[in-house]
Every structure is written in C-alpha cells, then in structure tokens.
Design a protein around this ligand. Sequence first.
Ligand SMILES: [Zn+2]
Length: 192
Amino acid sequence: MALVVQPNVPEAVATFLTGYDGNFEFLTSMKARYTAGHGLSEGMVSAIQRCIVRADEQEQAKAPDPDGIDLFTLPEGKSFHAIPTREGGMHIVRVDRPKQGNWVGWVFLKQEPVHDPKNGGRQQVGGTYTGRMRGAASRISRNWLASCKRYGTTVGKCGLCNRRLSVADARTGMGKSCLKRAEDLYASNRET
Ligand SMILES: [Zn+2]
C-alpha cells in the first residue's frame, strides 16, 4: 500500500515533510529539497525523524478539546485520513458524513481495514464525537485537510474520491479538482 516516491526516504518522513507547514528553517529547507525531487542523506533523514518525535510529543501535550470533538466541519460523504501513531506507523481512518437518508447530521468513523462498526465511534446530530478513537478524531477535527492529504501521500489514493493518484498528485496528496474543493471548504470552515 505504501507509495515510495523516492527510494531512500522512509514513508513517515516523506509524509511529514510534504505536510509540514511550520517555519523551522531546517524543515522548510528539507521540504523544499524533497519536493524538488532531490534525495535526502541518512543524517538528514534521522534529524527529520527526531523532529517528528518532538512534534508528536508537542501534539500530545496540547490541552484535550474542552468543548468536545466536532467532526461536522468535514466534507459531506466519505473521506479518508491518515494519522501517524507514536510507534511510527499510520492509522487509516474512514469518515462517513451521510448526505441523504436517515443518518444526515451524523458522522461515523471507521478504522481501515477493520470493519467493526463498534470500533470507530460516531457523532450524533448536534453532538460531539464519542468512541474509542478520540486521539485520531481530535487530530482529524483540528486539521482534516492535512490528515486527508496525508492519506494521499501515504496510500497513493485521493482522500476525497479515493481514485488512484498520479505520481505528481501523490506528492501533494490529493487530485487537483478535489484539492481545490477541499481547500475552499476548509477555508470557509475557518472563516465561520
Ligand atoms: Zn479526488
């Protein structure tokens, strides 16, 4: 399932770099180097891996969602997300926000490829998320666009339409028309 864009760069490092939007100079220069198609030395890779561990620790230390986790800002229909684990792996999460039928207003999470309906948790109409995947749900709700693009760079498929991505689109993590739609929606969520 892994998409190896450049052979010597581990997937977690590639994903972290392409999704990096901070201003730490070392990481912005590594991101520029990587996205330009250059390789990274082993020393660079291990320095980036140390940054990933630190970023994860900072993420965990943040105050946990005092008002609950709201997933209703995500796109309607299905979307797919990748959330890095502390062990260096990746959880793949499918989110369903039904567009029609009896479940409009609800949001459902499922961990892929496990299809246990009890496993992923849900959000009722007007409520907040309840379930066993609080960590992943929290990270998705804070920045669903980033987790959706991370799915693309990790799996090589678009996180919105689930079509296979070209090599160029796999670097940004989403197909061009879906990216435009996702960025517009994400920006409008932030304004309201
Ligand atoms: Zn797409």
